[in-house]
Design a binder for this molecule. Structure first.
Ligand SMILES: Nc1ncnc2c1ncn2[C@@H]1O[C@H](COP(=O)(O)OP(=O)(O)OP(=O)(O)O)[C@@H](O)[C@H]1O
Length: 261
């Protein structure tokens, strides 16, 4: 595939804070229909790279979306093409969960959730259902638990229906059932044709669910490829400094960090 054909192309992307490089020479092309897990140790540069890919953090080098320079996309067009789920899910607005999810339709011209048309309403309700959040759609988000709020915030980005979805630790606050459910929802989003990049520390879920794992260590992408080929005991030792159990169950990879010598 030619470089221009990639949905998201990074060429020599770098980010520095106060002259200190945090992401260095990131170069890759990613295609539609893939769930990519972006993994690496604390402070490796995952969030910084994700934010750069979304145009939220200034970077050097070049990022193109379907052949168009990210910086040349007008803000609303960029918001239609790239949905971004930040870490933390802090919301202070006294809005209902459904109205928060409706904000995902803002790049498509919906300014007031109270005047939502049938199509937008159907998209919002489907997004709530996909994150198992329909039961509290009418509740104020400020009253929800951390995990409930996390699912509402993910529903908001699903409602954008963007071809690229960037999610920073989407399973961080979730119980095991919802961790699996949300990763499955992200994989489903990829199967529908989106490129989904999810930052995660859950290597077990990444190994099972992601089409591809991209490993960043001290600002550099050090490995990329199918989970089985990338998440080896050797990589776990070199990048994370842990000895890991790497095995299989029911034909799927299993990875469990075991000891930190
Ligand atoms: N605004 C900032 N100013 C200065 N340094 C920053 C800033 N944001 C991040 N950094 C530093 O850049 C490095 C990478 O941070 P980043 O948040 O991208 O890491 P991460 O891989 O997402 O880590 P974690 O797994 O802990 O969330 C860290 O050393 C961090 O302290």
């Amino acid at each position: 595939m030619s470089e221009a054909a990639h949905l998201l192309l990074a060429e020599g992307v770098g980010v520095a804070y106060g002259g200190c490089p945090v992401v260095t020479e990131a170069a890759f092309g990613l295609d539609a229909g893939r769930l990519v897990a972006l993994v690496g140790p604390n402070g490796a540069g995952k969030t910084t790279l994700l934010r750069a890919l979304g145009g939220l953090t200034p970077s050097t080098g070049r990022i193109t979306v379907a052949g168009t320079d990210l910086l040349k996309l007008p803000p609303r067009e960029r918001a239609r093409r790239i949905a971004f789920l930040p870490q933390g899910h802090v919301v202070h607005w006294p809005l209902s969960a459904r109205d928060v999810v409706a904000l995902g339709r803002y790049p498509h011209g919906l300014a007031d959730p109270a005047r939502m048309g049938a199509r937008d309403a159907a998209i919002v309700d489907a997004a709530l259902a996909r994150t198992d959040a329909s039961a509290f759609a009418g509740r104020q988000v400020t009253t929800l638990s951390g995990g409930e709020r996390a699912r509402v915030m993910l529903a908001r980005v699903l409602a954008v229906e963007a071809p690229i979805l960037l999610a920073d630790e989407p399973t961080a606050a979730l119980d095991p059932r919802h961790q699996i459910g949300i990763m499955a929802a992200l994989r489903e989003e990829a199967r529908r044709g989106a490129l989904v990049i999810a930052v995660t520390h859950d290597l077990g879920l990444a190994a099972r669910m992601a089409d591809e794992v991209m490993v960043i260590d001290r600002g550099r992408i050090v490995a990329r490829g199918a989970p089985r080929t990338v998440l080896t005991p050797q990589l776990m030792r070199e990048v994370y400094g842990v000895d890991a159990l790497v095995t299989e169950h029911a034909g799927e990879p299993v990875i469990v960090p075991w000891t930190a010598p």
